[in-house]
Write a protein that binds this ligand. Structure first.
Ligand code: SF4
Length: 464
């Protein structure tokens, strides 16, 4: 049993380990994927995956539309109120579903479905039905299928929530970011606490499970006082889960962030304090830290799965469902099929043109080598379950961990000294304190750090 105690994270350790690094929603990370892995690779991967017809799939659907752009946004979005454009996107989307389903042939069972964006709830119920009907025509769902969707409390109505529940959605995630009025103005996203509370209570009344709220630290105008108030309000809502993201200010890459005044951002030391405060308040309120930046109530299935060593992670976040293959649909979506990462084109026009021409819209990808798969296993075990059992590793790969990773293991020594790691029975276990530094620990096993396929250094956000 994992006894997660209230954790205080020393600021000097945050200072010491704050550096650019991947979030490890995938390994190898997207900057090392290559454009030569295109449509033909994807077709082959889908055909190969079709042979495991009894293994469930995960599906990710990307709905890129939003009515207006939040200043902090780092997502792939399309700002429009043009319903004709949306209709054309849905047509291409359904065509992409047809193309993939044809190659997946008899592999139809799905145990995880996620709608992300953009703002998925931008769609009307009719537009949603159009997509869901197509998915229902091509796939079937397990009885415990996790069907989740990202909700914008400003946009979603009670009627839409009822509709989504009636169509089988059972998990929701509400975008909040911060409850402070000044911060909300500074990030171009105004949504009063009462509005969020009302939408969350509606979700609860409808019996959605695993209700999540997203928060961000490091936003303009955030102070320790204002963020403490935001955290108290978040705790008062008692969501099942909280995702706490670090704001990555990259105005040279995301032009919309130029609306953020740099002088209003908390300085680095303040940002550490915001993060440390969040860890302290959520753990004191009884939440378990899941990964570095997620929290869940002890009876939530994510906490239970983490304690049992059954937690998984993919582009949709943490999950208890195991799906070796994930099909991505829509502009910029990412899939993982037959040990191959596939990412779609990230502009609306390219996506629609390519799907209409060929049925697919692959922009880049990567076929994993044996070494990639071994490192992926280690990084995923550490990120999800905070431990690595050497006997399990041997059972899976027929390799002795200490032989394969001798130099990497030596490089972990500093983490042992700083009390981030323990070695029960010779295995690796991440301590409560070490959870905050999980990205740094995982970086030890990344064979690609500091380089990508084109030889350029990738731009990662900072680890804290
Ligand atoms: S709602 Fe989300 S995806 Fe849309 S602009 Fe705001 S942050 Fe970006």
């Amino acid at each position: 049993m994992n006894d997660n105690k209230a954790t205080t994270v020393p600021i000097e350790l945050l200072r010491k380990y704050d550096r650019p690094g991947p979030r490890y929603t995938s390994y190898p990370t997207a900057p090392v994927w290559a454009s030569e892995v295109g449509t033909d690779f994807y077709r082959t991967a889908l055909t190969n995956a079709s042979k495991q017809k009894d293994t469930p799939l995960a599906i990710y659907c990307h709905i890129p539309f939003c009515e207006c752009r939040c200043y902090y946004c780092g997502c792939n979005t399309v700002i429009t109120r043009n319903s004709e454009k949306v209709g054309l996107y849905i047509d291409a989307f359904k065509k992409e579903i047809d193309s993939a389903a044809e190659l997946l042939h008899e592999r139809k069972t799905v145990n995880q479905l996620h709608f992300g964006g953009g703002t998925p709830t931008y769609l009307s119920n009719e537009e949603f039905s159009d997509i869901l009907d197509k998915l229902d025509e091509k796939f079937t769902y397990t009885t415990d299928c996790e069907k989740s969707i990202e909700i914008d409390p400003r946009v979603t109505t009670e009627e839409q929530l009822k509709f989504l529940f009636s169509r089988g959605f059972n998990r929701v995630s509400l975008g909040v970011q911060d409850f402070d009025a000044d911060v909300q103005v500074a990030i171009g996203r105004v949504q009063p606490f009462d509005l969020v509370k009302e939408k969350l209570e509606t979700c609860r009344k409808l019996d959605f499970q695993g209700i999540n709220i997203d928060l961000i630290y490091g936003l303009p105008k955030q102070s320790i006082k204002s963020f403490t108030d935001t955290l108290s309000k978040a705790v008062s809502l008692r969501p099942d889960r909280v995702a706490l993201y670090s704001f990555a200010f990259l105005p040279s890459v995301k032009a919309n962030q130029m609306k953020i005044k740099e002088e209003e951002l908390p300085v680095t030391e303040e940002k550490y304090e915001l993060f440390a405060k969040a860890v302290e308040m959520f753990t004191e309120a009884g939440y378990l830290q899941i990964g570095m930046d997620h929290f869940a109530l002890p009876n939530d299935e994510l906490s239970v799965a983490q304690n049992d060593g059954r937690l998984h992670r993919n582009f949709m976040g943490y999950t208890v469902q195991t799906s070796p293959d994930m099909v991505g649909f829509g502009m910029s979506s990412i899939g993982y099929i037959n040990n191959t990462f596939i990412q779609n084109d990230s502009t609306l026009s390219q996506y629609m043109d390519h799907v209409n021409e060929t049925g697919f819209s692959v922009h880049k990808g990567m076929r994993l080598s044996d070494d990639d798969l071994i490192r992926q296993y280690v990084i995923t075990s550490l990120m999800c379950n905070f431990r690595l059992e050497f006997s399990e590793f041997y059972k899976k790969f027929g390799i002795q961990y200490m032989e394969y990773f001798k130099s990497e293991h030596d490089n972990l020594s500093e983490f042992f000294v700083d009390n981030f790691l323990e070695a029960p029975n010779g295995n690796i276990r991440i301590t409560d304190l070490g959870r905050t530094f999980i990205r740094n620990i995982a970086m030890t096993f990344d064979a690609y750090l500091g380089k990508n396929r084109e030889g350029k250094k990738p731009t990662f956000s900072r680890t804290i």
